[in-house]
Design a protein around this ligand. Structure first.
Ligand SMILES: Cc1cc2nc3c(=O)[nH]c(=O)nc-3n(C[C@H](O)[C@H](O)[C@H](O)COP(=O)(O)OP(=O)(O)OC[C@H]3O[C@@H](n4cnc5c(N)ncnc54)[C@H](O)[C@@H]3O)c2cc1C
Ligand SMILES: *[C@@H]1O[C@H](CO)[C@@H](O)[C@H](O)[C@H]1NC(C)=O
Ligand SMILES: *[C@@H]1O[C@H](CO)[C@@H](O)[C@H](O)[C@H]1NC(C)=O
Ligand SMILES: *[C@@H]1O[C@H](CO)[C@@H](O)[C@H](O)[C@H]1NC(C)=O
Ligand SMILES: *[C@@H]1O[C@H](CO)[C@@H](O)[C@H](O)[C@H]1NC(C)=O
Length: 629
């Protein structure tokens, strides 16, 4: 807590003896939660964390308790947010979310009461790398600092911390781990002020009500993977969802619009946990490549969702499915995390076990001439739509250090025959393995793979190329990729033309439905990213020299777009690039369910109404006050 707050709290205590009594009696105050009868919602039982709720009766208990009644309004529901404009007028008069230096920032005694009502779940933030510095959080501890430094590129380390996140540029890099920190400081930057260690729904409801009533910036952090800084925010209260980890297998599920095997997953469950649970129960589920990504929050396998349980901006716990609040159901499936509601659990369809064949190889210029390398790579581009149509999903990495290379994870025979016929050799020979289950194949192909995190040497970016553009502009696309790699840049590529679509009436960017090629890259790592000036130059280069040619190949007007997760946070016209033609509809749903913007996340639906006043950081960070645009 800042020294300023302590002073304010002391004065408060001296001047107000009644409050001292009130505060000491907080020890008698029960957590604001009550078990609700275990009911089946959307065809499945509530999870343990969902049984403990904040109800009107609990709020009345707070109002009726003389020792705390004057604070009760901070924790009450406000249903007017959805129904009328009352709240909107109140919030419209606040031009910024409150901040530590603002006299409206809740007094210590209110934070104390909040903690008691949460059952002791409020955690004041300590930057994860604080042990590397002499700071308000204590003396430098070199051994602990070494542990943080060693673990900073490990996703599990960040997900286990209440407020850490994986791409420090957007936090403002105000407390980076390093051994020599002489003359450097450690400050909060865009880490929130407090996090709630969420273990039940009542805590989420309390935090939302408190944030709304006190005009606090509110964050949702699950794993902290977001590559755009959505799970960070200066001066905020954060909901740390990671500990909600229940997984229920529902073999004979019957719910809205679907009967069959399903899984009900709590919001903190990660991809690997889901794959593992599905495998153990003899089913397969769809999900991301990266095992450490959260499954139900920022990333969701939209077409496979049957229902969500959520807490909305009004503080209410709701079921969301095609039968219940269908507009929210539509938006939550693809419309992005952190802005419509807090998801507490999700029910997803499960599929039968799959046989999967994995294959991998490396083609590079160490065993070929550079020309032969490009001839082989061109062939790869020429055949890959056929493969995709045949059900092959492929992922490849290209770069040119030390010499041009193409690493491929899955594949087929005619391509290799072509290489042989042209005397093009693979530096890592083609190998393939048959797997009886998806999980076994996943473990073999991805299980131990970790993508870079904890770094501050680049800015992420991507583009979705539709099939028609890929075909009609195949020579330009290939030339562009060749130029990109020859310029010393890297890319991750995915080929996919999923055909058997179902349950697609949702908010997934329409560009995905036509996607043939998905490209991920970053700003040029050889440029200086360490200062605001350097970042600004690297970002300009990213926008103009790297992304613009990709946008030209796949403009929104032709069905192209951007994946809203591993994207450039500075993408111009992000509304249409990230959400396509769905933006107006998403925007209307946001206004209906969160009229006063209790939820904000950068580049999320509705975020154009706000700016983070972060000064000159070279790129948009979350290290500043959140104010109306
Ligand atoms: C190393 C790495 C690898 C990745 N690999 C893949 C991949 O293979 N495939 C892929 O599709 N994406 C991938 N991504 C992108 C990833 O999907 C997004 O970063 C996603 O937002 C992560 O969600 P999270 O909940 O884990 O992260 P967080 O950073 O904790 O949250 C991200 C956003 O979701 C919101 N959110 C989190 N939980 C909830 C909730 N319960 N309710 C409402 N909103 C919530 C947060 O407010 C925030 O806006 C990767 C990212 C990284 C850094
Ligand atoms: C201070 O807080 C009030 C009320 O929450 C808000 O209206 C105002 O915009 C804030 N001012 C600044 C400068 O943050
Ligand atoms: C981090 O790395 C160190 C090795 O330096 C290890 O001993 C430690 O247990 C790891 N984990 C954490 C949480 O620090
Ligand atoms: C490949 O090598 C063989 C034997 O060295 C040669 O006969 C053949 O012409 C070569 N083919 C091509 C396409 O270069
Ligand atoms: C690409 O270039 C080749 C010749 O280099 C040409 O035969 C082909 O028609 C071109 N494809 C398209 C789609 O323009």
């Amino acid at each position: 807590m800042a020294p300023l707050q302590r002073v304010a709290a002391c004065l408060f205590l001296v001047l107000s003896p009644v409050t001292v009594l009130g505060q000491s009696s907080f020890t008698d105050i029960e957590p604001a939660a009550t078990p609700v009868p275990v009911a089946s919602v959307a065809g499945a039982p509530l999870q343990e964390s969902e049984i403990l709720q904040l109800t009107d009766a609990v709020v009345k208990r707070l109002v009726d308790d003389d020792s705390i009644s004057k604070y009760a309004e901070y924790f009450a529901f406000d249903d007017s947010d959805v129904a009328s404009g009352k709240q909107a007028r109140r919030a419209a008069s606040a031009s910024c979310k409150t901040f530590l230096d603002n006299s409206s920032w809740p007094k210590d005694i209110i934070w104390k009461l909040f903690d008691v009502l949460l059952g002791g779940a409020l955690i004041p933030t300590k930057p994860v790398a604080a042990p590397c510095y002499d700071s308000q959080w204590g003396k430098k501890d070199s051994a602990k600092c070494a542990d943080v430094t060693n673990n900073f590129t490990n996703p599990l380390f960040h997900e286990a911390d209440p407020t850490s996140n994986m791409w420090p540029i957007f936090q403002g890099r105000t407390c980076m781990p390093k051994s020599d920190t002489t003359g450097k400081t450690c400050t909060l930057g865009a880490y929130p002020e407090y996090a709630v260690k969420v273990t039940n729904v009542a805590q989420i409801q309390l935090a939302i009500n408190f944030a709304r009533a006190a005009n606090l910036r509110l964050l949702i952090k699950n794993t902290g993977h977001c590559y755009l800084g959505k799970s960070t925010g200066a001066g905020a209260l954060s909901l740390w969802m990671h500990n909600l980890d229940q997984i229920d297998f529902l073999p004979n599920y019957k719910g809205p619009g679907y009967s069959g095997p399903a899984l009900k997953l709590a919001a903190g469950v990660t991809a690997r946990q889901v794959y593992e649970a599905a495998d153990k129960n003899g089913v397969t589920v769809l999900g991301p490549v990266s095992w450490s990504v959260g499954y139900a929050g920022g990333m969701i396998t939209a077409d496979h969702v049957v229902a969500f349980q959520v807490v909305t901006a009004s503080g209410r716990f709701l079921t969301v499915s095609e039968a219940s609040n269908p507009d929210l159901f539509w938006a939550l499936r693809g419309g992005g995390g952190g802005t419509f509601a807090v998801v507490t659990s999700v029910i997803i369809r499960a599929h039968p076990k799959l046989n999967v064949v994995t294959a991998g190889w490396v083609l590079d210029a160490s065993t070929n001439s550079v020309d032969a390398f490009w001839t082989g790579t061109k062939k790869f581009y020429d055949v890959f739509l056929d493969w995709a149509d045949a059900g092959v999903y492929s992922f490849f990495i290209m770069g040119n250090k030390p010499a041009p290379f193409l690493t491929m994870i899955k594949l087929v025979k005619p391509f290799f025959d072509y290489l042989d016929a042209n005397n093009i050799t693979l530096s890592k020979p083609h190998t393939s393995e048959a797997h009886r289950t998806f999980y076994s194949a996943y473990q073999a192909a991805w299980g131990s793979n970790s993508f870079p995190i904890g770094l501050d040497n680049s800015l992420p970016a991507n583009r979705i190329v539709p099939r028609r553009n890929f075909q009609e502009k195949s020579n330009e696309t290939f030339a562009l990729i060749k130029e990109h790699v020859n310029a010393g840049r890297h890319l991750l590529g995915y080929h996919k033309t999923p055909k058997k679509y179902a349950n697609t009436d949702n908010a997934v960017n329409p560009a995905w439905r036509e996607c043939a090629l998905f490209l991920i890259t970053s700003s040029d790592k050889t440029l200086d990213h360490s200062t605001p000036e350097g970042l600004a130059i690297a970002n300009k280069d990213l926008q103009e020299n790297i992304l613009q040619p990709w946008r030209d190949i796949a403009p929104v007007s032709e069905g192209g777009g951007t994946y809203l997760n591993e994207a450039s946070v500075m993408e111009p016209d992000w509304q249409e690039s990230f959400y396509g033609s769905y933006y107006p509809r998403l925007s209307a749903i946001k206004k209906k369910w969160d009229l006063t913007d209790v939820f904000y996340a950068t580049t999320a639906v509705g975020s154009e109404r706000w700016v983070v006043q972060d000064g000159e950081q070279g790129v948009q960070t979350q290290n500043g006050r959140l104010c109306r645009a």
